[in-house]
Design a binder for this molecule. Structure first.
Ligand code: SF4
Ligand code: SF4
Length: 437
């Protein structure tokens, strides 16, 4: 069996959020395969449900990837608190090549840099990839999709979690291209009349009020919070206001840097210095923005560390954009070395949830076998890192679930896209394809 080809043909991409085409990772030769089951975004528990209910498929795919990449070992990164998932996956270990890497309940233990360090004690070089230190990392759902790819089943569904102010918090599969509205309806609807919806997470996801947005291969789910919740209000503040408040209120206490996970791992990320760029509106901001380059946008500085409730993460995001525009890249001079206080500065997830006032929404999100019965889907053509896929169907074509509808352009990085329901093609553009039952 040609595993790389099967993964490519099935359109598997990183399901954990990044969307990197998985066949490229499968082609590499590494020492360690890492399974990311850390799931550290508050309230989202879909990976836990997936591990509990589909452990044989996931572990089988880990074995195949380990063989394909000639890795000597694989580590299954999973939080020690998730006993039921640990039991389920460990039951399926069939040789000494796979080992559980128990993680504490901290944020952000699912960051690739953190996971690689936790499992192997190796530090990825600045701007580097796990591959640079002999590792390949995939999310548990990506492994689940690999197990289906082996059976020639393309990625047509996404496993999502719907939680927060909803009647029935739950996890379930949906056809890719399903609207957020249908996700919400499937979980019984919202329990409040006015709400904001966080897509794929509070810390690293985005807030939307547009429920016609659709599920892609990387959507983790939705979190519904009342419209007057602190997080909804602070997130929807216009960026100019965020900058203005930061410029006047930042007292340079540097707590944002002191708690920054990347800084504590040894990378020269210093959000408090990036905040200084807000004061240099005409010239001089570039010198401070360089300290944003190695930030992973985990959001901890804005939502946990800053005692003034400012927006250092947003300043870093903006700083990275400015650096890109200028074509500058900060070269870290000192070697990457873990800060001696790192362990003592880890942020417990519960503490974070208290801080952002979401502890009361933390609910079990059990796996529900029934999927929403959608009448149409809107399938985006760029759901992955690389070039958008090119449509290979035309208006009026009949397709069945699994039909290839958009392909990777010759010589480009990308992933194939397949029909997620059977029906007729009702719209084709460079951006998306619609299929109606
Ligand atoms: S923690 Fe807040 S107030 Fe302190 S330096 Fe960072 S942004 Fe400024
Ligand atoms: S978002 Fe803030 S805490 Fe997270 S890596 Fe960036 S600077 Fe550090």
């Amino acid at each position: 069996m040609d595993l790389v080809q099967k993964i490519f043909d099935a359109g598997v991409v990183g399901a954990g959020g990044a969307g990197f085409p998985t066949h490229i990772k499968a082609k590499s030769k590494v020492e360690f395969v890492l399974v990311n089951g850390a799931e550290c975004e508050p309230l989202i528990h879909k990976d836990f449900e997936l591990m509990k209910n589909f452990a044989p498929e996931i572990v089988k795919a880990v074995g195949l990837m380990t063989k394909e990449t000639s890795a000597k070992k694989s580590y299954f990164g999973i939080k020690a608190k998730n006993g039921a998932a640990i039991e389920a996956v460990e039951k399926n270990y069939s040789n000494g090549k796979i080992e559980t890497c128990l993680l504490g309940d901290f944020y952000p233990s699912g960051d690739e840099y953190e996971l690689v360090y936790a499992a192997t004690k190796r530090l990825i070089p600045p701007y580097g990839l796990p591959l640079d230190v002999g590792c390949v990392v995939n999310n548990v759902e990506t492994f689940y999709n690999i197990s289906r790819a082996v059976e020639d089943k393309p990625v047509t569904q996404k496993f999502v979690c719907v939680t927060g102010s909803v009647k029935n918090p739950s996890s379930f599969f949906v056809p890719i291209g399903t609207s957020l509205k249908e996700l919400l309806d499937h979980a019984g609807g919202a329990t409040v009349s006015e709400y904001g919806v966080f897509v794929s997470g509070i810390l690293m996801g985005k807030l939307t009020s547009d429920l016609s947005e659709v599920v892609t291969k990387t959507t983790a789910g939705i979190i519904v919070l009342p419209a007057d919740h602190y997080l909804v209000n602070r997130t929807k503040r216009p960026i100019e206001d965020k900058k203005r408040i930061g410029k006047s209120a930042c007292d340079q206490c540097s707590y944002c840097t002191e708690f920054c996970p990347r800084y504590l791992l040894g990378y020269d990320v210093q959000p408090h210095k990036v905040m200084r760029s807000l004061g240099f509106t005409t010239t001089g901001s570039a010198v401070w923005n360089q300290y944003a380059d190695l930030c992973c946008s985990c959001g901890l500085c804005s939502l946990y560390s800053c005692p003034e409730d400012l927006y250092p993460r947003e300043a870093c995001d903006q700083g990275k954009i400015e650096n890109k525009k200028l074509g500058t890249r900060y070269e870290q001079q000192k070697p990457v070395k873990v800060h001696p206080i790192k362990e003592g500065r880890r942020v417990p997830l519960k503490q974070l949830m208290k801080r952002i006032d979401v502890l009361k929404y933390d609910a079990h999100t059990p796996f529900v076998k029934k999927s929403p019965d959608v009448s149409q889907v809107k399938i985006m053509l760029k759901q992955h890192i690389g070039a958008a896929a090119k449509p290979v169907v035309k208006l009026g074509d009949s397709v069945v679930e699994g039909t290839l509808i958009a392909d990777v352009e010759e010589g480009k990085l990308g992933a194939k896209i397949h029909a997620s329901i059977s029906g007729r093609v009702t719209h084709v553009s460079d951006e998306f394809i619609k299929i109606a039952k």
